[in-house]
Design a protein around this ligand. Sequence first.
Ligand code: E4P
Length: 217
Amino acid sequence: MKFFIDTANLDQIREAQALGVLDGVTTNPSLMAKEGISGRNSILKHYVDICTIVEGDVSAEVIATEFDAMVKEGEELAELHDQIVVKVPMIKEGVKALKYFSDKGIRTNCTLVFSPGQALLAAKAGATYVSPFIGRLDDISTDGLNLIAEIRHIYDNYAFETQILAASVRHTMHVIDCAKLGADVMTGPLSAIEGLLKHPLTDSGLAKFLADYQKGN
Ligand code: E4P
C-alpha cells in the first residue's frame, strides 16, 4: 500500500518524507489556499517545490471545468515535473479529459469520486488513480469504507489497472481499514500515518528494557 500525504504544507511534507515511508503527495485548491498559496505562478512554483522534497507522485488539480481548458491546464501542469499527476474532477468534461490524458501518456488522478459508478467510468477512461473520498461520505452518515470495497470488487472483476487512492482519510483506523480492503494507496494527514506507530505495550516494554539496561551498567 502506498502512503500519500494530503497537504500543501511544506514542513509537514518534509516531516513525512523524513519518516521514510512516504510515496507521494496529494493537494487540492482548498489545501493550497490554506497555505496562503494563490496566483497561478505561485501555485505552479509550489508544485515544483513539493516535487523537490518527495520522490513520488504529486497530484496537481486543474481548475478548469471545460474539456479544452482542462487539457491546456493539465498539459501545463504535467510539463512542470515528471512527478506531477494531473488531478481531474469526476464530471463529464473530466471523463473526456481523463481519456485524452491517458491516450497521451499523462498520468491522472480522478478526484471527487463518491460512487462505484463514477469509479467505473474513471477506470474506463484510463485514470491512473481514482480518489474515493471516504471521510466526506462518513460525514454524511454513508459508509465510506464500503465504497472502497465496492470499487475493489469491480476493478478486480475486470483487472482494471486504475489504482484505488483512498482519499479524505481522516484518522489511523481509516488507514488500517483501507489496507484490509485492498486500497492501493491512501492519502491523509501526517497524524493518520504517525498513529500507526502507537501502542502502549511498545512504550511500556521499551521503558522496561531501558530501565533493566541501566540496572546492569
Ligand atoms: C484528496 O485528494 C483530497 O485532497 C482530500 O483527501 C480531501 O480530504 P478532505 O475531505 O479531508 O478535505
